[in-house]
Ligand binder design. Structure first.
Ligand code: COA
Length: 724
């Protein structure tokens, strides 16, 4: 940051970016500075002074006098020197006057601590809009309102313009928090874990400066190696996507996004719209942007420490080095559950480990050096593991030995990591799990020149999994754009426009898929039994009979599906029985769908589309048929969707092994599934009238087999597109 430091008189120039006035001012005025201890106006001055701000501080208070030994000025206008940044903590009723004064004074940045704006209602929102407009018209930048302030921990600036009791130490994390109160907790946890910041920003209502602006600010800032965000909402998701995908290529972005619980409240239903909560949309969206989503602040810092201090792994294979069996089993479980692989060590590695470890040790993976392992043994074994081409990363576990000191183990680990990283290549991530005393953690956590230390295997496994996931995303080609399929969109538009809203009739829904190049089962829609007989003759027996009734959702459950109808007499009989059943159940059929019965082998999968009000179309893929109701093994993606992203969605369902073929079954044609997902992504994007689409089941057949959509429902609603 120092090259953009306004405190440095030699760097004064007009080409400084506007946010530098906020982060690296030469002078700060606190408007609303107060002598009252424990008031916000007092704490702001106090923090600026005790953190030894490198510039000048001007307290502004209508009564003048002295505040914290500094001369207080009655107004900004009364300050004889230039003021770069004004931190405002006056009641909202007088804020407009203060903003005008700041503009007149030539202030270039504002941090508005004051609350009482958009968060309290319409009047506050209007006030916020007015000050934001004024600030923008005058070319200033504003953080807040309703925020806790900003910190620039750069040692040449040392700006702490917050009222938080805990200071921030200098480091490499750029942090933005949408919650001020949580900001205080974040600073406390960071202090405990020895995490340092470049800048820490509480953005409050983000009237002017948004999270996106800060991402761009940190994009090319070499000192910021990891960007961390606590967000409650996305201002503009599309804009965020663009920026995050670009910035994420240079440095990792970590987010704790609150609001996960909506997912838990979802109804046990098998439809995309019901399976897709607001939260899964956010997760899918963040994953596609390459953003690492943390579950909590503690989780965020556990991952951030690893991202900050470790090189990215080349693959998913992890070696576990331990002096105790139990924690290694826990580590193995956690790694496997998170999608990591337990590395198969090379013969050479095993032989070398056997040459110096006791015969009771186990040389598979985990490598259990047993309780007698000393620091030298750790160092030597780690060096051997890091040299194995079949190992991408290592978790070192040490349960405090009866004799010896875990500090020595850490020293040996450091030595080994330093030596390995000094060699050719980018090095491999090593995380340490040390089960020791509180004093040990207090001392070791503050050291940033060594692998991060965790208390238990699970958070370390999660950090490794996130490193690996982020590394995989980074390896994807950056410039991949969605494939465009040639399709008769006008014809599709006409079909979708036929009903004002509601479900398309099944034939129309199948026709939409067909036009979009999605293979469908041959079928005919009829209303009369005689027509059904003619359709079945045309399609060839055996056939499947499905009832159509506008409000009939779970057709099979209500007896609305009969398979394996072998001849005319059976079909006649089934139609009569079905009509009777459904009428009695309150769903008299308005028609019947006669389908060819597909006898090909394959697995039932589900494809779906739903719409999120903020993020737009959301796609779903998973195991279909009865599995979706029981296992809910589905994954989501937002549009636009690239081929790599589509493949990722399909490959990351839990049951992907089924698609790959188990017990000698041939694998499903996954490439075709990827293509169907991409075609549906285009359909969803180009036809916003589609509110919900479910293809369930789609028969995922082996390559060359008959992969087809067996059932589809499409619900349409008027959209902005209708008037176009
Ligand atoms: N210029 C300079 N100083 C002014 C002023 C002006 N135009 N108008 C008032 N002041 C001074 C007051 O005299 C007072 O100083 P004093 O203690 O020496 O008298 C000081 O500013 C504060 O004003 P006061 O009226 O006492 O307000 P307050 O301290 O009760 O509250 C805020 C001020 C900004 C803290 C309050 O309005 C607020 O918004 N609180 C919530 C903040 C918050 O939660 N932010 C989000 C955090 S995440």
């Amino acid at each position: 940051m120092s090259d953009r430091n306004l405190c440095d008189e030699t760097s004064l120039s007009q080409d400084l970016t506007s946010l530098d006035a906020v982060f690296s001012p030469r002078s700060v005025a606190v408007v609303g500075a107060s002598r009252r201890r424990n008031s916000i106006g007092f704490s702001l001055i106090h923090n600026l002074l005790i953190n030894e701000f490198a510039g000048t501080v001007f307290p502004i208070n209508p009564h003048g006098g002295a505040i914290h030994s500094l001369k207080a000025y009655p107004s900004l206008t009364a300050v004889p020197d230039p003021v770069d940044l004004a931190v405002i903590a006056v009641p909202s009723s007088v804020i407009e006057g203060v903003v005008e004064e700041a503009i007149a004074k030539g202030v270039r940045g504002l941090v508005v601590i004051t609350a009482g704006f958009a968060e309290v209602g319409d009047e506050g929102a209007r006030l916020e809009e007015r000050i934001c407009q004024r600030v923008r018209d005058a070319g200033l930048r504003m953080i807040g309102p309703n925020c806790m302030g900003v910190i620039n921990a750069d040692r040449s600036v040392r700006l702490n313009a917050t009222f938080a009791p805990t200071p921030a130490t200098a480091g490499s994390v750029g942090f933005v928090s949408q919650s001020g109160a949580l900001g205080v907790a974040i600073l406390n946890v960071a202090e405990e874990l020895g995490i340092g910041f470049t800048q820490f920003v509480s953005i409050g209502n983000k009237a002017d400066v948004s999270g996106n602006d800060l991402l761009e600010y940190w994009e090319n800032d070499e000192a910021t190696r990891v960007i961390a965000m606590y967000l409650e909402s996305f201002g503009n998701p599309r804009h965020f996507t663009e920026i995050a995908k670009r910035v994420g290529r240079k440095k990792p972005i970590l987010i704790v996004k609150s609001g996960r619980t909506t997912e838990g409240a979802r109804a046990a239903s098998s439809h995309t719209g019901a399976l897709a909560g607001a939260d899964v949309t956010v997760s899918a969206f963040l994953e596609q942007c390459g953003v690492v989503r943390a579950n909590s602040i503690a989780d965020l810092f556990d991952i951030a420490r690893a991202l900050d201090r470790c090189p990215l792994p080349r693959g998913r294979r992890v070696a576990i080095l331990t002096n105790a069996g139990g924690p290694a089993i826990m580590a193995t479980d956690a790694c496997v559950n998170l999608g990591l692989e337990i590395a198969t060590l090379s013969e050479a590695t095993r032989a070398e480990l056997a040459s110096f470890l006791p015969p009771e040790a186990s040389f598979g993976n985990p490598i259990d050096m047993i309780a007698s392992a000393d620091a030298a043994g750790y160092g030597r074994a780690l060096t051997v593991l890091l040299a194995d081409a079949q190992v991408d990363m290592v978790m070192v576990i040490n349960v405090k030995p009866l004799v010896g000191d875990p500090r020595d183990v850490m020293e040996a680990v450091n030595e080994s990591v330093r030596a390995a990283n000094a060699g050719a290549g980018a090095g491999k991530p090593v995380l340490a799990v040390i089960m020791a005393t509180e004093e040990f953690y207090a001392e070791v956590q503050r050291r940033t020149d060594q692998p991060p230390v965790y208390r238990f295997p699970e958070p370390a496994a999660r950090a490794l999994a996130m490193l690996s996931r982020y590394a995989t995303w980074r390896r994807r080609p950056a410039d991949e754009s969605p494939i465009e399929f040639e399709v008769p969109d006008d014809e599709v538009r006409d079909i979708l426009a036929a009903p004002a809203s509601g479900y398309l009739d099944p034939c129309a829904a199948f026709r939409v898929l067909e036009l979009y190049g999605v293979p469908v089962v041959p079928c005919r829609m009829v209303t009369e039994p005689e027509a059904a007989l003619a359709a079945a003759t045309e399609l060839g027996y055996p056939v499947v009979l499905k009832a159509h009734a506008p409000d009939l959702v779970h057709k099979s459950d209500s007896g609305g599906v009969v398979v394996g109808i072998g001849n005319e007499a059976e079909l006649r009989q089934e139609i009569a029985a079905m009509r009777q059943r459904l009428t009695a159940a309150g769903h008299p059929p308005s028609g019947y769908l006669v389908q060819e019965q597909i006898r090909a082998a394959g697995h039932e999968v589900i494809f779906g589309i739903s719409t999120d009000p903020r993020f737009g179309p959301l796609l779903m893929f998973g195991l279909g048929g009865k599995y979706v109701e029981v296992l809910r093994d589905v994954r989501f993606a937002v549009t636009p969707l690239t081929a790599a992203e589509a493949k990722d969605v399909i490959r990351r369902i839990r049951g992907v092994a089924l698609l790959d073929g188990v017990r000698g079954e041939p694998p499903a044609d996954v490439e075709l599934l990827v293509e169907v997902l991409l075609r549906l992504a285009q359909l969803a994007q180009r036809h916003p009238r589609i509110r919900e689409l479910d293809i369930n089941p789609f028969l995922a057949a082996p390559r060359g087999g008959r992969a087809v959509a067996l059932d589809v429902r499409i619900r349409v609603e008027p959209s902005a597109d209708d008037s176009a």
